[in-house]
Design a protein around this ligand. Structure first.
Ligand code: ADP
Ligand code: MG
Length: 292
């Protein structure tokens, strides 16, 4: 007998692709906060994100209708038409993150728009809606994800140690905030602040906060050819690290990407300048027209 699967089941299947570990949740939630125009984002984690991931932002917030809808499959405010999809597809707006995350965790969302007197609290348990009610709180959105994969034991078992999961969570945040000095970001783990970078006008100050003191030596570049602009910071001779992770961050139109072509181009450019097995620090944003 053929059956159409229930949404809850579909969401859990999708969750297998969208959220493979706590860091993926962190990435999706921070991305949503940025999309919502937040200028301040706080991430709180417990046990490497396996017990708790909470992201609080001061973005636009949602009205009640949207707050209840955003945990539904393919609910997105970011695309409307097939044409939009062509643009947005590459940016990952598919309205899948929140339904996926909420189907494999104990999830709550508290949100309020600046113009609304009362906010909304939406509570879910493993994809089941527990309730929608009034909530106070400052303007913005707070999303809390507890015991990720509590209802998918096979996945929960595959989570690594707290320190490994935490390292991935921190890396997910670094990637998102490196090129956004206008954002105030804080990450806490088990109550301790692990990463803090206040809003700054100086892109280099952001790099130093996020990557460490050697980032102060990086050389700013801003290079334009035809419709392409390449800007960021590159290592002078002598500034390199032992792992590509944490050394080289590439973005296209402000979004972090892992692109083998870019990676090779950079390796090629530094050939002979960096000792074998070392990786130059490079933070680049390649800006290309949307329709290129
Ligand atoms: P997508 O980002 O692909 O649209 P998501 O599942 O990540 O899908 O989010 C669904 C919708 O919920 C978003 O389109 C947005 O309208 C709303 N949303 C999610 N997070 C926030 C947030 N932090 N602030 C305001 N709106 C949000
Ligand atoms: Mg999203």
């Amino acid at each position: 007998m053929i059956r159409i699967l229930e949404d809850n089941v579909i969401n859990r299947i999708a969750a297998g692709e969208v959220v493979e570990r706590p860091a993926a949740v962190v990435k999706e939630l921070v991305e949503n906060s940025l999309d919502a125009g937040a200028t301040e984002v706080q991430v709180s984690l417990r046990a490497g994100g396996t017990e708790l991931i909470q992201v609080v932002d001061n973005g636009t917030g949602m009205r009640r209708q949207d707050a209840a809808l955003c945990v539904e499959r393919h609910a997105t405010s970011k695309i409307r038409s097939f044409e939009d999809l062509e643009l947005a597809g590459t940016l990952g707006f598919r309205g899948e993150a929140l339904p996926s995350i909420s189907s494999v965790s104990r999830f709550s969302l508290s949100t309020r728009r600046r113009e609304d007197e009362v906010g909304t609290l939406v509570e879910m348990d493993g994809g089941r809606l527990l309730g929608v009610r009034d909530d106070g709180g400052p303007p913005g959105t707070r999303i809390t994800v507890r015991t990720l994969f509590f209802n998918v034991p096979a996945r929960r078992k595959f989570l690594r140690t707290v320190s490994t999961e935490l390292a991935h969570c921190l890396e997910a945040v670094r990637r998102q905030v490196l090129m956004r000095p206008e954002l105030d970001i804080e990450v806490r783990h088990d109550g301790r602040t692990l990463l803090r970078s206040p809003r700054t006008e100086d892109p280099r100050a952001r790099l130093v906060d996020i990557l460490g003191n050697d980032a102060a030596e990086l050389i700013p570049v801003d290079f334009v050819e035809d419709e392409l602009r390449c800007l960021g910071f590159i290592a002078p001779v002598g500034v390199h690290r032992n792992s590509a992770l944490g050394a080289s961050y590439h973005h296209v139109n402000g979004r972090f990407v892992r692109d083998p072509l870019l990676r090779r181009a950079i390796a090629e450019a530094y050939r002979g300048l960096v000792p074998k097995g070392r990786h130059p620090m490079v933070v680049l944003d390649v800006r290309i027209p949307r329709d290129a």
